[in-house]
Write a new protein. Structure first.
Length: 466
């Protein structure tokens, strides 16, 4: 694992994701602190924003050195790089201003004895502006060295849009996980329940995002190798896929353990300290695996970060994922996993139907807390389907990924899983007792859950027919 980058380009790739993608999660925690009026979280977020403001300096310096190193490349667009540089300077300047505003808000709080609401709102507004600027700068930056994004779509069997989506998406579980771990540790040290819960929620969301990240990664493999793209090595991609599979397992362990603790908190009103530290252990291991996965992914299309001591794979038949592909293609292995997949869908939809119908107003004599006890069955079904689905996809990934209904199915899985998380977080919904009606907002969420999981099942079944 390369913990210390060996080049300016490597430094810039690592540093630049924190002011951009990391800002999304910093804002998420910040908004949670504002809504919950949690002083610890608000102060922690202001510190994080101040640190991100300081990161603007090394991000600029590494980008400037990287631009100088890449300017001699024959396939690098000078105009595109210049546009990225200009937008990057504007975005980083705005980030530095936001960091200064965060420091001023913290400093003023020392004299006032509390955080000023106008100062907090100013920091929020500045951070939103920075996020918009970072989106533009980041998009231009990705296109500088990812030439496959500009290939003729008609010549590609698998659309390069998958590669584009994967580049954007894969940073969210990784960077978001790092931010979640940081805030989670703050919550453990300070014994702050709100910060602990928020960290657990982000662990769950990162686990959910791991599914489309893995799927878009598999699709990107076909987009880059069938037909092949100059400079892209299939063995290097396979090595990255092996680590990505381990990351998926790590995210699942951490995400499911985090959700179980959120579910238990609803019924017990407190967290289990041993469980919280078990989740912390899962998270640390998962983050380490994700770091190596990200490094191997960067080596696929960034030759400028490779060093002489890197021994890149050369055998196209090597790797755990490749072996699983060959194994699962045999009917004796494919059919059992497909059966598991169908059972998983039954558990998911049965649980979602019962809970959602109660929220929508059916069998109102039952309290919401009673049907909430059924949710672990649905989560178990999701775990069954994620892993059985990944194995089934490996049997013929090119066909599955290019099916018209596959992309909507994956998108609906994310929507459906995130919506179900609401059932364990809503304070108003939890207090609905027998004979009472659920809040109107909860009913909209329940309808979204039913529509999403119905769409997931339909999308999966139609793959063979469309």
């Amino acid at each position: 694992m390369h913990l210390i980058p060996q080049s300016w380009a490597h430094w810039h790739i690592l540093l630049s994701v924190f002011p951009s993608v990391g800002l999304v999660f910093a804002l998420g925690f910040y908004l949670t602190g504002l809504v919950a009026d949690n002083d610890l979280m608000k102060r922690s977020c202001l510190v994080v924003l101040a640190v991100l403001g300081v990161l603007a300096i090394p991000t600029y310096l590494s980008g400037d050195r990287t631009m100088a190193a890449l300017s001699n490349g024959a396939i690098i667009s000078a105009d595109l790089m210049a546009s990225h540089f200009v937008w990057g300077i504007v975005a980083l300047a705005a980030l530095a201003i936001t960091g200064v505003a965060a420091v001023v808000a913290l400093w003023c709080a020392r004299g006032l004895g509390h955080l000023s609401q106008p100062a907090l709102r100013l920091v929020l507004a500045l951070a939103l502006v920075v996020l918009a600027l970072m989106m533009v700068a980041g998009e231009l930056g990705w296109q500088v060295n990812h030439h496959e994004l500009r290939l003729d779509a008609a010549a590609q069997r698998t659309p390069q849009a998958w590669s584009h989506v994967h580049m954007i998406l894969n940073h969210f579980p990784t960077v978001g996980f790092a931010f979640a771990l940081g805030f989670y540790v703050i919550g453990l040290v300070s014994n702050d329940v709100v910060t602990q819960r928020t960290g657990l929620v982000v662990f769950v969301l990162c686990a959910v995002l791991g599914v489309p990240t893995y799927v878009t990664g598999a699709a990107s493999m076909w987009a880059l190798t069938d037909p092949g793209v100059a400079g892209i090595s299939k063995p290097v991609i396979d090595a990255h896929r092996d680590m990505a599979l381990l990351t998926l397992f790590g995210l699942a362990f951490t995400g499911v353990a985090a959700w179980i603790e959120l579910w238990r908190f609803r019924h017990l009103g407190r967290f289990s300290r041993p469980s919280l530290y078990l989740i912390l252990g899962f998270a640390i291991i998962t983050l380490a695996v994700m770091a190596e996965t990200g490094h191997q992914g960067g080596q696929i299309n960034h030759p400028e970060i490779r060093i002489a001591s890197d021994a890149l794979p050369t055998d196209p038949k090597a790797g755990v994922t490749r072996a699983i592909e060959l194994l699962i293609n045999q009917v004796i292995w494919f059919v059992p996993w497909q059966t598991v997949h169908f059972f998983g869908f039954s558990l998911i939809f049965g649980t979602a139907l019962v809970v959602s119908l109660r929220v929508l107003g059916f069998w109102k004599s039952v309290s919401f807390a009673a049907v909430h006890r059924l949710l672990p069955l649905g989560v178990f079904g999701v775990v069954m389907n994620v892993f059985s689905g990944m194995l089934i996809m490996l049997a013929d990934s090119s066909r599955y990924l290019n099916a018209p209904t596959f992309a909507p199915k994956i998108a609906l899985i994310v929507i459906g899983a995130a919506a179900v998380l609401y059932f364990s977080l809503s304070e108003r919904l939890w207090k609905v007792s027998g004979g009472e009606d659920a809040p109107a907002g909860a009913k909209w969420v329940a309808a979204l859950v039913l529509i999403s999981w119905t769409g997931v099942i339909m999308g999966g079944r139609l793959i063979s027919y469309i």
